[in-house]
Write a protein that binds this ligand. Structure first.
Ligand code: FAD
Length: 402
């Protein structure tokens, strides 16, 4: 039986970074992925901050496009924020995960595709992990000192599945990768475009992100915060078609790939973080932000924080992972709770007039302040947004009555 210091189940951004950092520290790691390759589950839009590249020492080759504009459109108006220099990136999600997995192998560790985690049992200080090839009955067992759940929202290893609906904010996103003529591409080439309001996607938002030349990512996503569901009669496809018809304005569109996934975020991040020598990272512990469903860099950060703790555990410097949970809470805890509250407020708003007022409130923000709000979740910006929006609503009510 092959023996490892750590087996990491799931080769997403969280698992990839964790495996890279542990293998770089000389640990023998097995990174396991149930998909047959990184094309098969290329589901993420990949929007992130520019500094993510530096923070995680990633090359420009994993980037689909650099962006220096942000545009937000409501049903009846839009606003464009511009910067002379790039402020954000769109990852090529496949290339990002390939880069991380290659680094793991270069560090002398192992990567298995097409292997699905089945279960594990404790044998003294070690764990025996069963992996299965999809479609086959053969189960192979491997031994490890630490087992890491990086299965994303599926939470297969530590929690045995996604949280109950009423304890979660669930988001479903569907996206097309499309090829368009050069002039259409150029009008979206450097811009992260977001669309809010009933016209674009009730209780959610839509987006157009640039990728490499002549390719765009066109997507719609919907949130279900607890039972507060705004009724919508149309399919996701309806909103995707409307977005393409309105914003791309060409019949010359080739759909190269369609993908999507449902993510679940546990309210107040009440997930299981560890149990003896099994720990969970990334979306398996709700690192994705519940307001924007932006999760790549947060998943990677949890992989890094976990790798430090696992190294200490393997060196017998710590005997449990309580400090990991505390470190994760320090990273996002309170900010994510504020985001939850905003999610419930914004996404259950069925009234387009209020959504337009939200856009008017955002227009008062500079590019820097906008990024503070939507990418850095700075509380000061969130409170400023709430205050401006509330003032505009009061002003509007006065206008109506008098
Ligand atoms: C449509 C959509 C668009 C998004 N856009 C953005 C965006 O623009 N920017 C951003 O930052 N975030 C975005 N996100 C969120 C982001 O992709 C996730 O938060 C991030 O991928 C989480 O990383 P992870 O490693 O924790 O989990 P995942 O990326 O979900 O990786 C988990 C891996 O585990 C594997 N796995 C699951 N079960 C098993 C098993 N039993 N055995 C073996 N392997 C298993 C899965 O196949 C998967 O590869 C988007 C999400 C969706 C759905």
């Amino acid at each position: 039986m092959q023996k490892y210091d750590a087996i990491i189940v799931g080769a997403g951004p969280a698992g990839g970074v964790c495996a890279r950092e542990l293998s770089a520290a000389g640990r023998k790691v097995l990174l396991v992925e149930k998909a047959k390759d990184f094309f098969a589950n290329d589901f993420s839009s990949g929007g992130s901050t520019l500094e993510t590249l530096k923070t995680f020492d990633l090359p420009k080759t994993v980037v689909g496009a650099f962006c220096r504009q942000v545009k937000i459109s409501a049903s009846d108006a839009s606003h464009l924020w511009r910067s002379p220099d790039p402020i954000a990136i769109v990852f090529d999600f496949r290339k990002l995960r390939t880069f991380l997995a290659d680094a793991v192998m270069k560090n002398g560790s192992d990567l298995f595709f097409s292997r699905s985690y089945q279960d594990h049992e404790t044998r003294g200080d070690v764990l025996r992990v069963s992996l299965k090839k999809p479609g086959s009955r053969i189960i192979k067992r491997f031994e490890t000192k630490v087992l890491i759940d990086a299965t994303g929202s599926e939470r297969k290893v530590l929690s045995g599945g996604a949280p109950r609906h009423r304890d979660a904010i669930v988001g479903t996103g569907i996206e097309f990768l499309v090829e368009v003529p050069e002039d259409v591409y150029q009008s979206h080439a450097h811009c992260l475009s977001f669309f809010i309001g009933q016209k674009w996607m009730p209780q959610g938002y839509a987006w157009i992100f640039p990728m490499e030349a002549n390719r765009l990512k066109v997507g719609v996503g919907r949130n279900y915060p607890n039972e507060q569901v705004v009724p919508h009669q149309r399919s996701f496809r309806f909103y995707l078609d409307r977005l393409m018809d309105t914003c791309l304005q060409t019949d010359d569109i080739t759909i190269l790939d369609q993908h999507g996934k449902t993510l679940s975020y546990t309210s107040h991040q009440r997930d299981h973080y560890f149990n003896d020598n099994v720990i969970a990272i990334g979306d398996a512990v709700s690192t994705v932000n519940p307001l924007t469903f932006e999760g790549i860099r947060h998943a990677m950060m949890s992989g890094r924080v976990a790798a430090l703790q696992v190294n200490d555990f393997l060196d017998n410097k710590i005997v449990h992972f309580q400090a990991y949970k505390a470190a994760m809470r320090r990273l996002s805890g309170f900010k994510w709770i504020v985001s939850e509250q905003l999610t419930k407020k914004i996404y259950r708003e069925a009234d387009d007039q209020k959504v337009s007022l939200m856009l008017s409130a955002l227009k008062c923000f500079s590019m820097e302040a906008l990024l503070d709000l939507v990418f850095y979740y700075r509380l000061k910006s969130a409170f400023r947004f709430i205050a401006t929006y509330t003032a505009l609503r009061v002003q509007n009510s006065f206008k109506r009555f008098g």
